[in-house]
Design a protein around this ligand. Sequence first.
Ligand SMILES: [Zn+2]
Length: 654
Amino acid sequence: MMTNKRIPTIGKGLAPLPLNRRDIRLDDAFWSPKLEVLRTVTIKDVFDKFEKSGALANFDRVAQGQRGGHQGPPFFDGLVYETIRAASDFLAAAYDVQLDARLDGYISRIGAAQAAVGDGYINTAITLACPEKRWGAQGGDQLWSHEEYNAGCLVEAGVHHFRATGKTSLLTLSVRFADHLCAVIGPDPRRNIVPSHPLAEEALVKLYQLLVDAPDLARTLGCRVNPREYLRLVRFWMDHRGDHQERISFTEYAQDHCSLYEQPEAVGHAVRGMLLYAGLAALAAEEGSSRDYTTLHRLWRDVVERKLFITGGVGPIKEYEGFGYGYYLPPTGYIETCAGVGLAFWASRMHQLFGGAEYLDVYERVIYNNVLAGISLEGNRYSYENPLYSQGSMHRWDWHGCPCCPPMLLKLFAEMPQLILTQTGTDIYVNLYIGCKAQVSLPAAHVNLGIETHYPWDGAARITLHPEEASTFGLCLRIPRWCRTYTISVNDKAMRKVARTDGYVHIKRLWHDGDQICINLAMPVERIIAHPFVNGLRECTVIQRGPVVYCLEGVDNPQVADPVLPPYPVFAYEFLPGLLGGVVRVTTQAADGAPLVLNPYYTWDNRPIPKEHDWLRVWLRQQDWYTLRSELDANPRKAWGQTLYQPIPSCPPL
Ligand SMILES: [Zn+2]
């Protein structure tokens, strides 16, 4: 059971904690089949492909004391650990004897490699190719070697594997490496090394949290350092970005151009940035200061108000997989799957640090659109880039020389159910409308809770509460940012006055066994336009319904060349259970009367398409765009303010 002893009190009171993965069972028409594909197809596919490309054999070579012959990029070790982390979360949700045994086999090979090196360090690329270049010594290339990244992935996998299985086999290896990091990196006489590719920051916070939750564990594992040392190392890393004494600068590319606390905006490699900020949020939840909170708020606002694609993706620049300047959001942008995953992790950490639904709005946007598009419906083809425009050049791949995205995506979706509900000890937050059965332990009561819904195709959800005995607590229902009208009833009685703060409706009362709360979020088809500063999207709109962004593909619209929407199109929509795994399809007419057929963006490129119809559009040309926008601009209640995307009116002004 999660304990509340670490909950920080930040302005708004208690911050919310996610549920333990074991305490929530998914039962959802949309997500259950998808997660089952990930568990039964993708995990196996990814492990098989790693084995085939030599990622596991690298550990064997190190264990056998060989030199040379490393296969794949230097971060292969980390990708294997990431897949073990994801597989562990799936094991926690549903035990699978074969998967458990497969993980045991990998862990013993990793352990043999670590034992052969002897001091807790593992990085197969460095050990096989250039052991004298550890941590950038002798001209080693830290930007490329990913030593801290691999270490972080191992630490995190160990924590997740232990939480899922109760086994200490991988966690022991994690602790050895973490102790080694603490011995080598830090203030004088240790070395000024910061992760060129972040991830270890959040990982060490997780390890610290585990050892605080289970104080006897450190002794069992033979920890050589006090677990607080892990937090100190993370703080050292945060404090020493931009401090280039006795090391080279990783520049803006790796957010190392100046002190993190002074960085005015999100720059550089987007995945590195997202994981760095997630790490800072994780650290701040343990020992935050106003400097951390200000930094996090500043960077968050920069990303969500100026650098977020409509699908929740980030990072338009292909050359360095990174951020551009503000409002540079071209439909041909790079938009890497890993960057979207990183943003979702950061959003989750921000919610846990500060509370509030705005972080879940971003989380929801990115999981239903950008990240889901990163994998085929069959679960065995993947993408780096998730463009919003294609003329036939972009398709998912079977595998890749740099297969970073599949493990990242697996980690996110394996963990996602934990965020459906969070709790502060006094309130239960319903963050995501996803069908499930869960148990939540509040000091006041142990509550079993069920959510039934057909989201994201329908905005209705029914929540049934089963407190062990009648108890008073708060139930907080998230009102998504896309939703403009909604109704709520408790035991069939409509609630007329509902208080709404931080994006949630709070209902505090004495709850009885069987109480039912129904929420209905109106989910019309809408056209969205981007902020006037987004030059590349002038005269364009996107079609969205609820959290789902729609796209036009040539395969459904063979007669259409360059669609233009009329000022006030009429939309129809229908749930088609046999189409693309079951989707709501939207239809309308172009300005020239041609029928247009739209499907959810995440489903694109899942059907064989003749070459001449191999195209994709997310942003559609819009007739009378300036007039439509001026209606919006003229309405002071809908002034742009900090908003990056807004719906335009569906009918002319009276
Ligand atoms: Zn990637």
